[in-house]
Design a protein around this ligand. Structure first.
Ligand SMILES: [Zn+2]
Length: 378
């Protein structure tokens, strides 16, 4: 039987001694069961809503009465996730994107990003690639810019013509923008690159775009937190946190090697289907193709709205405080665009992520997604 978060105990107990020691110094977990007792008047509704759980009504009710919960925490960073296995067994129903594509097309007529030179502001140093970048009209930080994609349609990643070369272009443009900021102000070193796709992911403009900021003096809190946690780990165990993070995921079957980039189905995801790409450096020639594959996994899983966020060491002269800090590209699925509720609440902001997608199922998708058949050489 394939590994699953519901049988996490079994997966962990099969680890070889050294892998187990590594796992134990990085993670802790506990399995629980939620006992839910539905009254007779609810039984009909439950049998319909959760029909994927069992072939019979009594089987469905039994699954609802005893729900396995797995709670995993990264002891180093404090990132924790609660997995509800009942929800994780929900089948992926690929819905037609026809209405969504129509809504995206309808926004084209009034789209400022389709006419960037007329309708978007510039940064002090102008634009990179004539029209590819602009300043954010309501800035988050002193340096805040956007890369405007050539194609209006943010779901381009789902289409066959989408190629890794577009992602190498994005990385180069974003980096060139950040270097301009750094040249203007040497204290601006802390480059952050993100990409919010569609409104569930907090994008206010439909037209595909990525965003860059460069913080001055110190990095963004969550990136700095991770640097400190990794340094504390090295001090305590004499081991590299990021190498161990990859090794733990590999030993559990939650990693795929994409050239020199490793793709992790994160064991403590921030929300649904979190993928982390670990690369040694921003210029790694395998990185654009790895980003492309992560997006193709999302397309295959019918993800339409997601956040991508990249953690990077500072630009400029080498900083010993950041030595060994890799490039981490995070992807997280933000759920159904038709749902009115947001996918994060009090639990996620203040306690723990609550996740339904099984990281072991995501790992299988990472391992089976085809290569694009090309390596970006520059
Ligand atoms: Zn547009």
């Amino acid at each position: 039987m394939a590994a699953a978060i519901t049988s996490f105990d079994k997966v962990v107990s099969c680890l070889a001694p050294e892998a187990r020691r590594r796992f134990d110094r990085m993670y802790q977990y506990v399995a629980s069961e939620a006992h839910v007792l539905p009254p007779p008047a609810m039984e009909g509704w439950i049998a319909g809503a959760f029909k994927y759980l069992a072939p019979t009504k009594e089987g469905v009710l039994e699954a609802i009465r005893h729900q396995p919960i797995v709670h995993v925490m990264n002891r180093v960073t404090g990132q924790g996730t609660l997995f509800n296995a009942i929800r994780s067994q929900r089948p992926i129903e690929a819905k037609a994107a026809t209405d969504l594509e129509a809504e995206i097309e309808a926004a084209r007529a009034k789209c400022s990003f389709c006419r960037p030179l007329e309708l978007t502001p510039a940064n002090t140093f102008g634009r990179i690639g004539e029209k590819k970048t602009c300043a954010n009209v309501a800035a988050y930080d002193g340096y805040h810019g956007l890369v405007i994609f050539d194609d209006h349609n943010p779901l381009r990643f789902r289409h066959d013509e989408f190629r890794p070369a577009e992602l190498s272009g994005l990385l180069a443009t974003a980096r060139a923008w950040a270097e301009k900021c750094h040249a203007e102000d040497p204290e601006a070193r802390f480059f952050f690159l993100m990409w919010n796709c569609l409104w569930k992911a907090a994008a206010s403009i439909i037209h595909g775009h990525a965003q860059m900021t460069v913080a001055r003096k110190f990095h963004y809190g969550k990136v700095e937190r991770l640097r400190r946690d990794a340094a504390a780990y090295k001090k305590e165990f004499g081991a590299d946190y990021f190498a161990d993070l990859v090794a733990v995921h590999e030993s559990l079957g939650l990693a795929a090697k994409w050239g020199s980039v490793t793709a992790l189905a994160h064991l403590t995801p921030a929300k649904e289907r979190e993928i982390i790409l670990v690369a040694d450096r921003y210029e790694n020639p395998d990185l654009p193709a790895a980003l492309w594959r992560a997006l193709k996994v999302y397309a295959a899983q019918d993800v339409k709205s997601y956040n991508m966020a990249m953690y990077l060491p500072p630009i400029g002269p080498a900083d010993p405080a950041w030595s060994g800090f890799p490039v981490l590209a995070h992807f997280v699925d933000r759920g159904d665009l038709a749902a009115k509720t947001v996918d994060v609440g009090g639990m996620e902001f203040y306690a723990s992520a609550v996740v339904s997608a099984d990281p072991f199922a995501l790992a299988e998708a990472l391992k089976s997604i085809a290569d694009c058949g090309m390596r970006i050489a520059d």
